[in-house]
Design a protein around this ligand. Sequence first.
Ligand SMILES: [Ca+2]
Ligand SMILES: [Ca+2]
Ligand SMILES: [Ca+2]
Ligand SMILES: [Ca+2]
Length: 471
Amino acid sequence: MKIDSFFKRINRTSDMYLFLWVSIFLAVIWPHQAMALIFTVTSTADTVDIFPGDGFCTTGAGVDCTLRAALQEANALGGAHTINVPAGNYALTRVGTNEDAASTGDLDVTTDVIIAGAGNGNTIINGNGIDRVFDIIGAGTAVTITDVMIQNGNLTMAAGNQNGGGIFVTIGATLTMSDVTLTGNTAVDGGGILNNGTLNVTRSSLSSNTATDNGGGIFNNLTMTLTESTLDGNSAGIRGGGLTQQGNAALTNLTISGNTAAAGGGGMDNTAAAGVPVVLLNCTIADNIDTNGSPVGGILNNQTINLQNTIIADNTGRDCSLSGTFLTDDNNLDSDGTCGLSDPNDLPNTNPRLGNLADNGGPTETQALSDNSPAIDAGSNTNCPATDQRGIARPQDGDNDSNAICDIGAYEVEAAGGGGGGEVIFGGSSGGGGGIACSLTPQARPSVPIYFFIPLILGLRMLFRKLVEKI
Ligand SMILES: [Ca+2]
Ligand SMILES: [Ca+2]
Ligand SMILES: [Ca+2]
Ligand SMILES: [Ca+2]
């Protein structure tokens, strides 16, 4: 239709006001990009958004919002958004690896998003063996994942990038993960996670993940903090059953237990470059296995690791390799004398009398110290974290001599009679809602597409014409 004839048709006052009102209405309701949206997933189906970028998470099947659709919508809008994922089993079914638009295979995240489940036993995101589960993409992308289980990602059958079975973090991206269980994921390197960016893990369990090469639980290439978490039952076909470590790493209140590697470092393999800080503070590295002929079940260290208040014990073969350097800040314990512990308050060649990995309270499993463990009150209060891995306050007077001193390892024995501290209660799960389709916060507003201004422009033009006619 020609513009002139269009104007002739609508050249009446009522049409003009209609255009004005429509344009004002659209401008008001249209979400602006700078504001954060909150999407609430309403379906466990694995279907795509019908129109990514319109501000609404809608798959076209009724009003359902799926996890994949919510990510597509968030990615298309850009900015920072929140996706609440209620309890349920969210299995990926859209086959297609090496795709980065969240349309097939893994769930690609290219903008800042908080993905909040309803608890790591309730919200289960299942890779279903068709690809990895999450792909965190792009320099500056910051993603937070809480209160979900991530399982059954598998990349070993695919061509292309076969690393990071549960999650892959690209260069420049940041993943912050808390209260997450990551289990049963498989890849070539980094069965659970491969990190090329920044990885922060808190109060999480990485268990029974598999790397056919290195890093069963995690393969870290750049920057990583692991806090109040457990890596257990992970395996590697070559090195680093629990963890392969090639970057900057701060491990605090961490348990690495019962992991297996075929060629060294059942618990952990460290090849960070010289001078890159690798610090283990109040960690317990125990019962890890190396199936190699000259095994190092605990830590295979080819560079430098700084140990503080840390237990390395009961691993098959050797607790530590001889090839690297262990800088100890005192107050460490090993069970076979292989970790080079020589400071006055170190306890080399000492049985820490650890319990088996078990639920001892707190969000993750730990290995308790038995009542007569030599690790009790044998740590240093310098740099001692404010709680143990479970959230129990440190230090406590575990040997009942009226002197509260930090224990060695990730577990703090509570003082008899409850003196010396108490449990620190962490915030609860951020649960997903339910029932209502993709909900927008009232202030949620992406930018207005230019075509929404067309009625406004036409209306103003008509208003101008009317004024000219009256003059
Ligand atoms: Ca949409
Ligand atoms: Ca991808
Ligand atoms: Ca994908
Ligand atoms: Ca103590």
